[in-house]
Design a binder for this molecule. Sequence first.
Ligand SMILES: Cc1cc2nc3c(=O)[nH]c(=O)nc-3n(C[C@H](O)[C@H](O)[C@H](O)COP(=O)(O)OP(=O)(O)OC[C@H]3O[C@@H](n4cnc5c(N)ncnc54)[C@H](O)[C@@H]3O)c2cc1C
Length: 224
Amino acid sequence: MPSRMELYFFSGGYGGISPIEGGRFNLCLLVTRDTFLRSGGTVRAMLDRATRLNPALGQRLQGGEPLSETEVAVAPVDTERQGTPWDTAACIGDAAVMMPPLCGDGQAMAFRSAELYAPLLDALLHGRRSLADVRATYTATWHREFDGPVRTGRWLQALLNVRGLSDGLISLGHFVPALAQGFVHATRGRPRPLTSVTPIAGAAAMNAPDALRVGTVGDGGGDL
Ligand SMILES: Cc1cc2nc3c(=O)[nH]c(=O)nc-3n(C[C@H](O)[C@H](O)[C@H](O)COP(=O)(O)OP(=O)(O)OC[C@H]3O[C@@H](n4cnc5c(N)ncnc54)[C@H](O)[C@@H]3O)c2cc1C
C-alpha cells in the first residue's frame, strides 16, 4: 500500500487508512450510532458493512490481516459541540472542542491549546495576572485561533457526508489540487510564537485553584 493517508466515505460515516510503523496500517472509522447498531454492533461487523457500502475500501483491505489485539472503539464522539475554552476551568484539547477527525489535526490543536494556556497559568501562579484576566485572555486567544479551522472542518465534514456530493468534491480536489490544499490549510491553526498572545484586561477575582483543574471531554450526544 502507498505511504499516504486515504479517506473513504460511505453512507453513515467515513474511514481513514494511514501507514504506521512496521509495515502496518491503521484503519479508523467514524460512524453514526445508528449505522453501527444496524451493522450488528461490533467493530468487525461495522467494518464488513463499510466495505460493502464502499467497495473501494473493501478492495484496499483485501489481503490485509486484522490485528484483533489493536481493536478499540470510543463513543460518543461529538464533533458538533460548541467550542468551550473555559467551563468551570480552562479546557485544553478535546475538552474545549472536538475537531472533525477527517481534518487530522486534533492532536496538534490539543498541543497548541496547552501551549496557549501554559504561560497564562504560569503568570497566574506567580501572581502576575488575575484569574479573570487569564480566563479572558485564554478564551479570546482560543477563539481567535480555533474558531475558523473548526468551522471549516465541520462544514467540510457535513458536505463530504452528503451522499453523492463527496465523490464530486474529491474529484474536484483531485483536479484542482490548490483547492484541496486550501482546505487543508483552512482546517489548521497558523503556527505563531507564544509572544503573540495578547493580554486582555480582566476584573473580577476567582478562586485560583480552579485554574489548575484539567477539563475533560464532555459527554456530547452527537455521533458523527
Ligand atoms: C475516530 C477519530 C479519529 C481521529 N483521527 C485523528 C487524526 O488522524 N489525527 C489527529 O491529530 N487527531 C485525530 N483525532 C483527534 C485526536 O484523537 C484528539 O483530538 C486528541 O487525542 C485530543 O487530545 P486530548 O489530550 O485533548 O484528549 P485525549 O487524547 O482524549 O486524552 C484525554 C485523556 O484523559 C483521560 N481522562 C478523561 N477524563 C479523565 C479523568 N476524569 N481523570 C483522569 N483521566 C481522564 C482519558 O482517558 C484520556 O486518556 C481523531 C479522533 C477520533 C475520535
